[in-house]
Design a protein around this ligand. Structure first.
Ligand SMILES: CC(C)(COP(=O)(O)OP(=O)(O)OC[C@H]1O[C@@H](n2cnc3c(N)ncnc32)[C@H](O)[C@@H]1OP(=O)(O)O)[C@@H](O)C(=O)NCCC(=O)NCCS
Length: 187
């Protein structure tokens, strides 16, 4: 198994896995735009505040796992009061796991862990110091899984501060449906 950035023309594979990840979160969004973006640009996609990255797990040439990360768009929008330079720094130093999924027949063999390990190292090399994730509050297996990967899941009322440049940016879970997970990436 090999983890790499998605290639141009792999939009259909990425969309299939994206739909799986969204179903796991009780959503069913249209993934057509993502497929088009991957087909056109490959795994590094221009989005608001920077770039999103689509990492795929490849088993003998077949795409069977996806990790899709984005800049923390909502958080950056919430930090408008700190100014555009701070928003930009935040988007460079923090990323968010938007989608993670592995084909059913390949689960339980460490593929998701491998995707996350490679994604974290790659983001770290690009200057990212922390990774966030939104996990369904009642999805015990996925919550336990992220905890084992080193993510701290923030309970109601719990806040952690991320230092970005000169500012301390508060991170918390935004509601009761999802919990925010946070992991500092080792330097
Ligand atoms: C959640 C999901 C991505 C996990 O994928 P996965 O590839 O099965 O995950 P892993 O194999 O890395 O981890 C699963 C278990 O297999 C175990 N495992 C078995 N063989 C292993 C091996 N050779 N190497 C490493 N781990 C192995 C791991 O220890 C792990 O056990 P743990 O949960 O007790 O830590 C997958 O179940 C999925 O796609 N679910 C649907 C979508 C979803 O819910 N996405 C998450 C929302 S963001």
């Amino acid at each position: 198994m090999r983890v790499r950035l998605a290639r141009q023309g792999e939009g259909k594979d990425v969309a299939r896995l994206a739909e799986m990840a969204l179903q796991g979160r009780g959503q069913g969004d249209d993934t057509g735009d993502l497929a088009e973006a991957i087909d056109a640009a490959g795994g590094k996609v221009k989005v608001p505040f920077g770039h999103a990255y689509a990492f795929v797990a490849d088993e003998d040439g077949a795409v069977c796992g996806l990790l899709y990360t984005t800049p923390p768009v909502r958080l950056a929008e919430d930090c408008e009061e700190f100014g555009a330079a701070c928003q930009q720094r935040l988007a460079e130093r923090v990323a968010e796991i938007e989608l993670l999924a592995v084909e059913e027949e390949h689960r339980g063999r460490g593929m998701a862990k491998h995707l996350l390990d490679v994604g974290e190292i790659s983001l770290r090399q690009r200057g990212c110091g922390a990774l966030l994730v939104q996990v369904l509050a009642d999805d015990e297996p996925v919550k336990a899984w992220y905890k084992r990967q080193g993510y701290r899941l923030l309970g109601p009322g719990e806040v952690v501060a991320l230092r970005v440049g000169g500012e301390l940016i508060p991170i918390a879970s935004t509601g009761t449906t999802y919990l925010t997970g946070v992991k500092h990436l080792a330097g």
